[in-house]
Design a protein around this ligand. Structure first.
Ligand code: GLN
Length: 207
């Protein structure tokens, strides 16, 4: 049984909570805004939103260090802006950079596909997670993983897409031990298979 937390400083956290309710192994789901709340959960989801805003709010709430300690030890899934937060390095950041939590040995590039207008939904293969089945993935000002920095990182999702003049294959989902990251927003669909996957992943690391 898992006590799940969703970081609720900024972004699409309510949608994640809706996706988690109804999964039998999830005993409770809470919004996390304080270190006490963070310490009461077994696993955490960091939602999509705006990573610079999220980092600034985390800093003002003195949540950066508690979050850094949490993601080093406990199962955490970052979606979109949440994936940026979990990366060791981000490009395309504002001048002066932005605070990250780190944990994933990857570099991400923010807003790789362009502005809000260039947002899209596409069917994705995630063979290690869903086998042959496809997943409808929503990309909104999404980042991509531009560099994998250690062999602890497993690529679990790739996307081939025309970006400007060139068709390129980009990495859009990874796992590294107890950490999971997706560049897209599974919480904006009605499909909770990736939430189920994260719950079973969290259970493995709890035992
Ligand atoms: N572009 C946003 C950022 O850099 C992420 C967008 C999203 O989470 N949908 O944080």
């Amino acid at each position: 049984q898992i006590n799940m937390g969703v970081l609720a400083l900024q972004g699409a956290f309510l949608e994640h909570i809706n996706m988690l309710t109804g999964i039998p192994e999830v005993t409770s789901v809470i919004t996390v805004r304080t270190a006490e709340e963070l310490n009461s959960v077994d696993a955490l989801i960091i939602p999509g939103g705006e990573s610079t805003a999220m980092a600034l709010i985390a800093e003002r709430c003195n949540m950066l260090e508690p979050l850094r300690a949490f993601v080093r030890a406990k199962p955490t899934w970052g979606t979109c802006a949440g994936m940026i937060m979990l990366a060791d390095e981000a490009t395309g950041a504002k001048k002066g950079g932005q605070q990250l939590l780190g944990g994933l040995d990857i570099c991400v590039n923010r807003n790789q596909f362009g502005t809000q207008k260039e947002s899209f939904e596409t069917m994705l293969h995630l063979p290690e997670i869903l086998g042959e089945e496809l997943f409808s993935a929503v990309f909104i000002r999404a980042p991509v993983i531009s560099q994998i920095k250690s062999d602890k990182v497993k690529v679990v999702g790739r996307l081939e897409r025309q970006i400007g003049e060139t068709k390129a294959e980009t990495i859009v989902a990874v796992r590294q031990e107890h950490l999971f990251a997706t560049a897209f927003h599974p919480e904006l669909t009605r499909d909770n298979r990736l939430h189920q996957f994260f719950v079973s992943m969290a259970l493995t690391y709890k035992q």
